[in-house]
Design a protein around this ligand. Structure first.
Ligand code: ATP
Ligand code: MG
Length: 392
């Protein structure tokens, strides 16, 4: 018996997008994701991608596990392949599903007949197969509304497919179909979630992180690298830029009024990120800010930060509560890394009384006490780059 994976991406995702570009990128992302799990043949037809193992050692279970994180996939399932005859469908269902039907109490059968030349209609397939399963597994009962197991028979072009699970996919659009953006990645809870959310819309994410040694430690940086690594499961490979930020922060402290420290620091972060965006052809910045969460995230403060930005700044968490953000952080498994207690450059030289509603003109005046352009150039030129590849 041959087991394969069926991947469905659904027509909704194709609206407004060039279908074949979308499919090509999705197939490429899938291939990259399961490359190390053995040889597979990947084909596509009728809005479905077929992933067939070509050798015994090809790990279908692990492949399905990894594909749950690939954006652009609406649903997937492991399925048994058989000939398009009712006898073969019946034998395959009895063999392939015997374990799960032994444990279940209730079930139903559904059939999808893409090949209309198949001699039995869908209700007839359901009735016949349902009757056979009931007589083979005498403990089973039919429950059409809320069955524990839904046995699905799909009659397609070349074969029939039997499966009993429909795994929800990660949804969204394939990473790489929406251009590139630069995520400002701290070690906190929010920014990894922001990166995940943009990747879900097909954006290929690069990440920039600012470090201020000796005020921030090597372990703090390693924590951010761990987050990057974790995000690759969803985002694909990530180019990670680590910017030395100590001198800039010291000059802010030495030259600017304390109440504006954080807001000036954030403006300089944005300026540096944009310089890296130019080189990397990123079209936007992404941050983990949400309105009112801290003093630098009031609408006035955000306006002062945005005043130095020439490209769009995406803030996918802008209207979310911390509890909602944490829920996603747990789902994508970044939460436990984020809560490790290491310092961030944002917590170095924090003002005792930050200006909550800063005026842009006041911030600009405060920043004009010192010309940061040479230090920005230096920080950009000393930025270190490292690529995190997706586990393949
Ligand atoms: P997070 O949980 O993402 O750290 P936060 O609630 O702690 O967010 P801030 O510290 O004000 O908020 O940071 C706001 C945003 O600025 C972060 O979401 C992130 O995008 C960016 N940011 C903060 N610190 C850094 C850093 N050291 N390097 C890169 N980006 C940063
Ligand atoms: Mg933070």
């Amino acid at each position: 018996m041959q087991e394969i994976i069926l991947v469905k991406y659904g027509e909704m995702a194709l609206k407004g997008l060039n279908k074949s570009t979308f499919e090509n990128v999705l197939v490429k992302n899938i291939k990259r994701r399961i490359k190390s799990l053995g040889r597979f043949e990947i084909t596509r037809a009728q809005s479905t991608i077929y992933i067939k193992p070509l050798e015994d050692c090809a790990d279908v279970n692990e492949a399905a596990e990894r594909l749950k994180k690939v954006f652009g996939i609406a649903a997937l399932c492991k399925a048994a392949v058989c000939e398009k005859t009712f006898d073969s469908i019946k034998d395959t269902a009895l063999d392939y599903l015997s374990d799960c039907l032994s444990y279940a109490k209730t079930f139903k059968v559904t059939a999808k007949r893409a090949d209309k030349s198949f001699p039995m209609k869908s209700p007839e397939i359901c009735r016949e197969l349902g009757g056979i399963l009931l007589s083979e597994f005498s403990h089973l009962k039919v429950d059409v509304n809320n069955p524990e197991i839904t046995v699905t028979v799909e009659i397609r072009d070349t074969n029939a497919y039997i499966h009993a699970e429909n795994i929800k996919g990660a949804g969204g659009l394939p990473v790489g179909t929406s251009g590139k953006a630069m995520l400002l990645l701290s070690g906190g809870i929010d920014s990894p979630v922001a990166g995940y959310m943009l990747a879900k819309r097909g954006v290929h994410i690069s990440a920039v992180h600012y470090v201020s040694p000796p005020y921030t430690s090597e372990r703090a940086r390693l924590k951010v690298e761990q987050l990057c690594e974790k995000l690759t499961g969803y985002c694909g490979s990530i180019a990670f830029f680590c910017v030395p930020f100590t001198e800039i922060q010291e000059e802010i402290r030495n030259n600017c009024p304390e109440e504006f420290f954080t807001i000036i620091m954030r403006r300089l972060m944005m300026e540096i990120a944009q310089r890296i965006c130019e080189k990397e052809e990123c079209l936007a910045l992404v941050t983990g800010e949400s309105v009112g969460q801290v003093a630098s995230q009031t609408m006035n403060a955000i306006a002062c930060t945005d005043a130095v930005c020439k490209i769009p700044v995406f803030r996918p968490l802008i209207g979310m509560d911390k509890t909602e953000i944490i829920e996603i952080a747990r789902k994508i498994d970044t939460f436990d890394i984020s809560i490790q207690p290491f310092e961030d450059c944002c917590t170095v030289f924090t003002p005792r009384h930050p200006k909550v509603r800063p005026l842009l003109s006041d911030v600009e005046n405060a920043q004009n006490n010192f010309d940061f352009s040479a230090l920005i150039d230096k920080a950009v030129s000393e930025t270190e780059m490292k690529i995190f590849y997706v586990e393949s």
